[in-house]
Design a protein around this ligand. Structure first.
Ligand code: ASP
Length: 430
């Protein structure tokens, strides 16, 4: 019977059983067993997803771009994609900012806890401050400098250099389109075949997902079991972030996709669920990319060229959940420290949170360093990080879900606007 269950149901089951196992393990003191014998399966699953991420991004981008043989169409899609990504991110930041100003979670934070957290997390903050300082000292153009690899093999060896891979892939495919002819047909066919093979690998990896997800959840519960006090003190803040993120997931994206892509809300929520579950458990939108691609192509019927182009770029630059979260966290910290933010400061937060989310890598806790930059931009105390860092993981899980849902929404919108929605070219036989 278990075999007949759809994948999303198996992943759900894995997640639920993982939480259950974690709770029981804490209760009967099997923590060490869980960490030694269960967690490694979660780590293997995560590594499998990361392993496939670089080849997948490269091959799918080349395939996506080179199949758009018309250069004007290509640049039109490029502009459209970036513009919609930006608009949704600014919207998400504004949602966060509005919520935190209305709810004011910082107002109910117990004062005596402040010092306790500051001491507990001071070490972690120093490390991250160092990285933030390095980023801030760079030239404003450093982002573009960093996008160009000086050695493509080194870039391919480092998962944090996804943007460099994307740059190389775009240049490579443009050249491929420009020299089209008999000679390059071979290269095109090769990428065509490679794309199918890699997507099949994704499919095989996903069969392991329920077990991987079970292990990740069990380990998470065990890891966090000692920190219940933190959760209660920061409950209001967590609820505010969770509310903002859930609003985006349940109301904003489904409405946008209904209006601008004509996909039924029910179909959207059902189709994206497996990718959301993987995003939730792995906390990494880059690691989730293989599943996101598969769902968007198979369930929303976005044409492969569009999905292959829009999604890998989204994973690296479009993080709506992250920007919404950063706005809430920054203002929450200001509220706890009793600092009133002017309108200009609030607008600066919208700007820096948007930019910071573009620079955030799609990895677990990728945005914590970037949050320091947002705090610095309006002169808020970086020590405030101590307040939010302890409860970051669950919020990270949720914002990663938003990040990949946003990417999928935009991919469907772009496909619809190009009349490339409704394709039936499944990644694996349906
Ligand atoms: N974990 C997030 C992601 O992968 C990034 C972050 O906000 O920390 O999308």
């Amino acid at each position: 019977m278990l075999k007949k269950l759809p994948l999303w149901a198996k992943i759900f089951l894995g997640m639920g059983l993982g939480v259950l196992w974690g709770l029981i393990a804490v209760w009967v003191e099997w923590e060490a067993f869980t960490i030694d014998w269960i967690e490694p399966w979660g780590t293997i699953f995560l590594k499998l997803l990361k392993m496939i991420a670089v080849p997948l991004i490269f091959v799918s981008l080349v395939k996506g771009i080179s199949s758009l043989t018309d250069i004007t169409k290509l640049s039109r899609i490029g502009y459209k994609t970036i513009l919609i990504y930006l608009i949704t991110t600014v919207f998400a930041t504004t949602v966060g900012l509005t919520l935190v100003n209305v709810v004011k979670p910082g107002g109910v934070f117990p004062e005596e806890k402040q010092e306790e957290y500051r001491q507990k997390f001071s070490g972690q903050i120093e490390l991250r401050q160092e990285s933030a300082r390095e980023i801030e000292e760079r030239s404003p153009l450093q982002f573009f400098v960093d996008t160009v690899p000086d050695n493509i093999f080194l870039a391919a060896g480092d998962n944090s250099k996804m943007l460099q891979i994307i740059f190389f892939a775009i240049l490579f495919s443009l050249a491929l389109v420009l020299v089209q002819g008999e000679k390059t047909q071979l290269v095109m066919d090769l990428f065509d075949g490679l794309n199918d093979v890699i997507l099949k690998m994704v499919d095989l990896i996903m069969r392991f997902a329920p077990i991987g997800v079970f292990a990740l959840m069990a380990a998470l519960v065990v890891d966090y079991s000692g920190d219940v006090g933190i959760f209660t003190a920061l409950g209001m803040y967590m609820l505010t972030v969770a509310f903002g993120l859930m609003f985006l997931i349940i109301i904003f994206y489904p409405l946008v996709i209904r209006i601008f892509a004509g996909i039924r809300i029910k179909d959207f929520l059902k189709g994206i669920l497996p990718a959301q579950l993987v995003a939730f458990t792995t906390s990494s939108s880059a690691a989730t990319l293989p599943v996101t691609l598969k769902q968007v192509i198979n369930e929303f019927r976005v044409s492969r060229p569009i999905a292959n182009f829009v999604l890998p770029i989204g994973v690296t630059i479009n993080m709506d959940g992250t920007s919404c979260y950063q706005a809430i966290a920054a203002v929450f910290i200001a509220q706890v420290f009793g600092i009133d933010l002017t309108l200009t400061q609030q607008l600066t937060i919208v700007l820096t949170a948007t930019l910071a989310s573009i620079g955030t890598p799609g990895i677990p806790s990728g945005s914590i360093v970037m949050l320091i930059i947002v705090l610095n931009s309006v002169g808020l105390p970086v020590e405030g990080l101590a307040l939010v860092i302890g409860v970051d993981r669950p919020l990270d899980m949720l914002r990663t879900v938003v990040n990949i849902t946003g990417d999928s929404t935009v991919a469907s919108m772009v496909a619809r606007s190009e009349n490339e929605l409704g394709y039936h070219d499944p990644v694996e036989p349906a």
